[in-house]
Each structure stands twice: as structure tokens, then as C-alpha cells.
Write a protein that binds this ligand. Structure first.
Ligand code: C2E
Ligand code: CA
Ligand code: CA
Length: 385
């Protein structure tokens, strides 16, 4: 609202919302505003969970009825997280944290939803805490390492390079998939350290492959939004390239669509890195909301079609059409395309027929440690002749 109608109207909206809340609750309930757009409602006497459900629905209805601001009718939505005090949830901090976790869950369910902090969320946040606590040590004692998955150029069936994927083999927690720990690292500055380590390992591997005769190998490295936003990022990248004496053209950075949305700093940093000679790929293409104009204005060289569009090829008509459309678009914009998640011959052959330039997937290989990748590459080339 602040962006579209101005701050004065944004403030008026908050006042109206607050009023609606106050008139919806009982006299002994307390309704403080605790952050920009966050309210807490303290309910000292609760009959049962049902009562809270009724209350939550009433509150959501009260916010979502149309509001007139600056002579425009606007629609406001809210999400509610609910925590009930108990033996294990008794302090003010514990209750707020639990309600916050439930709120996060409610937001993911869509607009105008409420969610109770429950056993499942308690387990999840317990796991999250364990991962957080262990990650720092894991970075220091090399429990988190980097593996490489081959990228195959379909024009000549040669190895184009590899994607660096981080792995955590924890002594205490077992194997933790990146989908579990990357988002947690991204919530703190831990992702900066992790990202730098992945880049360092990637350049080290690239140097060893170059020394073994793979002069044109490219390593693509995943970069998260927080890294792109870090002022030191371009310098960090430059230092690592120099340390391992690898050409900037040997590194491609993979960035998701959402990481660059409405982010001017990220744009500027990409420009600086582009001048160094690095290349960029949009990761998970098709899952975000990239506008076509953005594809044109940002310095991308490559688009990686998300695995979800590849999985059901060629049987799914809609996915086939989506892939065709992406290839046509990238052709016009002069962008290279990599299709991820190729697992079988049928997917490979339709992608080839559509003019796909590069593929990656279990059909060729899963990720491997740097040395194992080299052995695999020698083997692959020996077979290809
Ligand atoms: P991503 O960037 O989309 O990486 C590709 C994922 O697809 C990898 O999962 C890879 O193992 C998997 N994959 C590749 N081929 C196939 C296939 O044929 N079938 C199937 N089912 N899966 C395939 P992984 O390694 O679990 O990584 C998951 C995600 O974690 C990555 O998705 C990326 O978003 C994130 N990630 C991994 N390493 C890093 C990192 O170093 N930094 C950052 N910021 N994110 C990372
Ligand atoms: Ca990726
Ligand atoms: Ca991807």
C-alpha cells in the first residue's frame, strides 16, 4: 500500500485494520501492533480451540471486507498464527516464537488462512534448530562438501561442464539434503560463508580439471539472493578466481528468478561480475514470475528449465508445449538453454528434437566428488570416442 498509495494512506489502512480488530475481540483481549504490518492479539481467557477458530475466522473476515483509501476500494488480506500456552509453551518469548512459526505456515497456505502451532510444527522447528546449531561446526570441519553433476552439450554430446551442488554428510544428523539446510542457511548470514566455500571448492576442482587437460570446462555455481545482495560479493568472487588461477569464463553463476526481482543492488553486482567475464544462468526457470522484459534487460546467457517441466516429457502435452515455448523464446533472445532432470532416453530425445542445447540429469550421472567426476569424464569421453 505504501508503494502504490503513499505512506499517509498506508497509515490510514493500519488504523482501519486496528479498529476492525479492536471491535472484533472481547474487552479483556489486548491488541498491540508489534511491527510494520504485524499485530499480536493476547487472549487471556480461552474456552477451547473451537472458540479460537471462530475468533480467527471473524478477524480474517473483518480485515478482508473492502476498504476505501484515497478514493480507491482496496482489498486487504491477513494471515494468523495461533499458539496456546501450555507447560512446554509458557514464556512470552516461547509463545511469540510459536505463533510466528504458525504464522509462517499460514502464509504458505495462501491468503486469509490461520494455523495452530501444533506437534508437527514443533518437530519441524526443533529440527530447524538442530540444523542451525550444527551448521557452523559443519562448515569448519568439512562436513559440508561440494559434488559435481555433469552438463552435456547436445550439439556434440561433449561434456560442457558441471553444476556444483553442496552436500552435508553430518556425523550427528546423517545425510541432510540441501533442500533442508540451504533455506535455513539463507535465513542467516551463514549462507555467505557456505556460498563462498562452495565457490572456493568449485574453482579448486576446475583448476584440477584444467590441469588434467579439460581446458574449456565450465562449472556452474548456485548463488542465493543474500549473496548477491552482499556488497563484498564481487570482491569475494574475484579473490577466489585469482587464488585458484581459473578464468572467469570458466564459472557460470546460477541465480533464481526470485533472487533478482525488485533488486537493484543485485542487478548492479551482476554488471560488475559480468565485466569480470563471468556468465549467468536463470535457475528453475518457469517456477517464478519472470517477465519477458526482465529476460531481455538482465545480462543472462542461459536459462535452466526447471525439472518439473521435464519430468513428464513427452507424455504431458502441456509440459511439451511449455518447453517448446521456452525454446522458441530463448532462441529469439539469443539465450542458451539447459534442461534439468533428464532421467531417460525418451525425455532426452524429445528435448533434442526441440533443439535443446544442454542437458543434465540422472540419465547421465548423479553428482560426484571432484576426483570422481574426472574419472567419469575420462570414461565418458573414451566411450564417445
Ligand atoms: P537446483 O539448483 O535446481 O539443483 C538441481 C537439483 O536437481 C539437484 O538436487 C540435483 O541433484 C537434482 N537433479 C539433477 N538431475 C536430476 C534428475 O535427473 N532427477 C532428479 N529427480 N533430480 C535431479 P540437490 O543437489 O538436492 O539440490 C537441491 C537444491 O539445493 C538445488 O536445486 C539448489 O537450489 C540448492 N543448492 C544446492 N547446492 C547449493 C549451493 O551450493 N548453493 C545454493 N545457494 N543452493 C544450493
Ligand atoms: Ca541450480
Ligand atoms: Ca534448478
Amino acid at each position: 500500500m505504501n508503494d502504490t498509495l503513499g505512506h499517509a494512506e498506508g497509515d490510514r489502512m493500519l488504523q482501519q485494520v486496528a479498529e476492525r480488530f479492536v471491535t472484533s475481540v472481547r474487552d479483556d483481549d489486548i491488541v498491540p501492533r508489534v511491527g510494520g504490518d504485524e499485530f499480536v492479539i493476547v487472549v487471556p481467557s480461552v474456552d477451547d480451540e473451537e472458540g479460537l477458530k471462530v475468533m480467527a475466522s471473524k478477524l480474517l473476515r473483518s480485515v478482508s471486507s473492502p476498504m476505501t483509501l484515497a478514493r480507491e476500494v482496496v482489498e486487504v488480506s491477513a494471515s494468523i498464527g495461533i499458539a496456546i500456552s501450555s507447560n512446554s509453551l509458557s514464556t512470552h518469548e516461547e509463545l511469540i516464537t510459536a505463533a510466528d512459526t504458525a504464522l509462517f505456515h499460514a502464509k504458505h497456505m495462501g491468503k486469509n488462512c490461520y494455523y495452530f502451532y501444533d506437534f508437527k510444527l514443533a518437530m519441524e522447528s526443533g529440527e530447524k534448530l538442530r540444523i542451525e546449531r550444527n551448521m557452523k561446526g559443519a562448515l569448519n570441519n568439512q562436513e559440508i562438501c561440494v559434488e559435481f553433476q555433469p552438463l552435456i552439450d547436445l550439439k556434440n554430446h561433449r561434456i560442457y561442464g558441471a553444476e556444483a551442488l553442496c552436500r552435508w554428510y553430518s556425523h550427528d544428523l546423517g545425510v541432510i539434503p540441501p533442500e533442508r539446510f540451504i533455506p535455513i542457511a539463507e535465513q542467516s548470514n551463514m549462507i555467505l560463508e557456505l556460498g563462498a566455500q562452495v565457490l572456493d571448492e568449485s574453482c579448486k576442482a576446475l583448476r584440477s580439471w584444467i590441469n588434467s587437460g579439460y581446458k574449456d570446462m565450465v562449472v556452474s555455481v548456485n548463488v542465493s539472493a543474500r549473496q548477491l545482495n552482499d556488497k563484498r560479493f564481487p570482491d569475494i568472487v574475484r579473490d577466489i578466481l585469482i587464488r585458484h588461477d581459473v578464468p572467469a569464463s570458466g564459472i557460470e553463476l546460477e541465480i533464481t528468478e526470485t533472487a533478482i526481482q525488485n533488486n537493484d543492488r543485485a542487478r548492479e553486482q551482476l554488471e560488475v561480475l559480468g565485466k569480470l567475464g563471468l556468465r549467468f544462468a536463470i535457475d528453475d526457470f518457469g517456477t517464478g514470475y519472470s517477465s519477458l522484459s526482465r529476460l531481455k534487460t538482465l545480462p543472462f546467457d542461459r536459462v535452466k528449465i526447471d525439472r518439473s517441466f521435464v519430468t513428464d516429457l513427452p507424455d504431458s502435452e502441456s509440459d511439451t508445449e511449455i518447453c517448446r515455448a521456452i525454446f522458441a523464446l530463448c532462441n529469439v533472445l539469443n539465450l542458451n538453454v539447459t534442461a534439468e532432470g533428464v532421467e531417460n532416453e525418451r525425455q532426452l530425445s524429445i528435448l533434442k528434437e526441440m533443439g535443446c542445447g544442454c542437458v543434465q540429469g540422472f540419465y547421465f550421472s548423479r553428482s560426484m566428488p571432484a576426483q570422481g567426476f574426472l574419472t567419469w569424464a575420462n570414461d565418458y569421453n573414451a566411450k564417445a570416442g
